[in-house]
Design a protein around this ligand. Structure first.
Ligand SMILES: NC(=O)c1ccc[n+]([C@@H]2O[C@H](COP(=O)([O-])OP(=O)(O)OC[C@H]3O[C@@H](n4cnc5c(N)ncnc54)[C@H](OP(=O)(O)O)[C@@H]3O)[C@@H](O)[C@H]2O)c1
Length: 529
């Protein structure tokens, strides 16, 4: 079938084992790089930018932060005049840092020529501690010299500090940045990595450690799930296609399941993981963030605070999670990891939990969050299961095969895609039903790049767009919801159910899912509305 001008988003339908939708991208992508053009017209793009990666010697810096900066550099999305300083305690020369980063930057697929040119703009400073005022003063003096040399009439110099360090040094880093690192002519923004605490009290302490020196406008708390393509698509998908918004509610949707499955265990990082467990590592932050974007009411505007207000409203209307809402598991052999000291650890490596959202839109609709390590596959997705067919038509009803509810699937990884699973008639003479899958695979859309979440989020920081970052009240409420559960696991020593590696999870999972996915179960009827 040919596209027509009057049908710009015409979808080509192709029949194979499934029905497959493919976007006709001639119309969707009208310019090769519209983002570059838009960004180059923004003020900050023509201003001077100094970036400081605090914790530059670490794992995150080499695997995520510098590669994301390189990506932006390659795409011409960093200002013309920029410099990147790395700061940490390890002694290194500028050259040693460059050599340390080089293989990780090459792994991104960027040409050696561009990597080398990017590294020429990267420097390194070390200090005794993360609050070392004299080391910071000397590094900032160099930044200031760079900014002075590149200045032009009315020029503005902005500063971005990326804290790629453990949370115990956020406080001292914040104090010294505030004291000697603030830009005098432009903005200063501080990017903070998770974990933002272990429970509500520690979260409050962390929030305080930075709020003494900065207000919320300065702080960008990264949850990299908010930078994933399918998550960033949620707003446009929901509110740009009115048909979805009409059925995005309890009348049509029976349950929502958000899953994170990893096919490997802790792989020698058990010592770190055992301090947190899968609930703190994945559910309280990544999956809850996806839930709030899925479930929120339409924000009043697309202003960052309006979006975050809408997300916070979801959290305020959620019940606190208790042990009774959960199924916990631990894979066999978890504590054999030599880095785990407590061989009797009850740390969950799998957790599924049911949440209720007491709003008119979602009352009685179970939201199931599940995350696990060492499972049968690698998968992150959101499944909205629609209500079962209620037709009395004999032609639909009378087949021996039960009709399954339709499902909308938003797959974050692997192979990001949007899928709609429906009942269709088996093609041919048969009238028996079969499952038909309409799929929009992101990988099938030509001429678009799908940058890493960190690349997107760092661009948002530079543009001052806080909508994809976690605000303080959002963070506090998410810990309020999870802290009682986390404390009961820690305090009661409850044993998670063992499960086999490469399995779907604990043995009770199928039964638990069936029970917990039932809409409007008794507990939900104590609505707070
Ligand atoms: N790695 C990831 O993929 C990832 C993903 C999400 C979030 N995060 C978070 O991002 C932050 C950095 O992660 P990372 O994996 O890069 O951590 P890391 O390698 O353990 O630490 C980064 C740097 O911080 C310094 N450091 C480490 N432990 C310290 C301590 N106890 N006190 C003071 N300084 C210390 C070390 O530099 P010097 O010794 O040279 O000072 C280290 O090179 C952490 O908060 C982590 O939870 C990491």
């Amino acid at each position: 079938m040919n596209k027509t001008a009057s049908d710009p988003l015409h979808l080509r339908t192709q029949m194979d084992s499934n029905f497959s939708f493919r976007a006709d991208t001639d119309f969707v992508i009208d310019e090769p790089n519209p983002i570059n053009k838009a960004v180059s017209q923004e003020d900050w793009y023509n201003q001077i930018l100094s970036i400081v990666v605090v914790g530059a010697s670490g794992d995150l810096a080499k695997k995520k932060t510098y590669p994301a900066l390189l990506n932006l550099y390659e795409e011409h999305l960093l200002p013309r005049e920029f410099v990147v300083y790395g700061y940490a305690r390890s002694a290194k020369t500028h050259e040693e840092l460059r050599r340390h980063l080089f293989p990780y930057l090459l792994k991104t697929g960027t040409s050696e020529h561009i990597v080398t040119s990017f590294l020429e703009k990267c420097f390194y400073y070390s200090g005794k501690t993360y609050g070392d005022e004299s080391a910071y003063t000397s590094m900032v003096a160099n930044l200031a010299t760079f900014e002075y040399e590149k200045r032009s009439v009315n020029s503005v110099a902005n500063r971005l500090f990326y804290l790629a360090v453990p949370p115990n040094v956020f406080g001292p880093s914040g104090v010294v940045i505030k004291k000697v690192g603030m830009s005098e002519s432009g903005w200063t923004r501080v990017v903070v990595e998770k974990p933002f605490g272990r429970d509500l009290d520690s979260c409050n302490e962390l929030l305080k450690s930075l709020s003494d020196d900065f207000n919320e406008d300065h702080i960008y708390r990264i949850d990299h799930y908010l930078g994933k393509e399918v998550v960033q698509n949620l707003m446009l998908f929901r509110f740009g296609n009115p048909m979805w918004e009409k059925i995005w509610n309890r009348d049509t949707i029976e349950s929502v399941t958000i899953s994170f499955k990893e096919p490997f265990g802790t792989e020698g990082r058990g010592g770190y993981f055992d301090q947190f467990g899968v609930i703190r590592d994945v559910l309280q932050n990544h999956l809850l963030q996806v839930l709030t974007l899925f479930a929120m009411e339409p924000p009043e505007s697309d202003d960052a605070d309006a979006v975050r207000d809408a997300k916070v409203e979801v959290l305020k209307n959620m019940d606190v999670i208790t042990l009774e809402d959960c199924l916990l598991g631990q894979y066999d052999g978890y504590s054999d990891d030599p880095t785990i000291e407590n061989k009797e650890t009850n740390c969950p490596t799998y957790a599924a939990m049911r949440c209720w959202i007491h709003t008119p839109r979602w009352e009685g609709v179970p939201f199931i969050l599940q995350a696990g390590k060492a499972l049968d596959e690698k998968l992150v997705d959101v499944k909205a299961r629609f209500r079962s067919p209620t037709t009395t038509l004999k032609s639909v009803q009378s087949f021996s095969k039960k009709l399954e509810p339709s499902e909308l699937v938003l797959r974050l990884q692997p192979n990001p895609a949007l899928e709609l699973h429906n009942n269709i008639k088996t093609p041919g003479l048969s009238f028996s039903p079969m499952r038909g899958k309409m799929t929009m695979n992101y990988d099938d859309i030509p001429n678009v790049s799908n940058p890493d979440a960190y690349t997107r989020l760092l661009l948002s920081v530079m543009r001052g767009d806080q909508g994809s970052f976690v605000r303080d009240d959002e963070l506090r409420r998410s810990w309020e919801i999870f802290t009682p559960l986390l404390h009961s696991i820690d305090d009661t020593g409850v044993r998670p159910q063992p499960y086999k590696q490469k399995s779907k999870g604990p043995d009770d999972l199928a039964e638990w899912m069936e029970l917990m996915s039932k809409p409007g179960a008794a507990q939900s009827l104590q609505s707070s509305l």
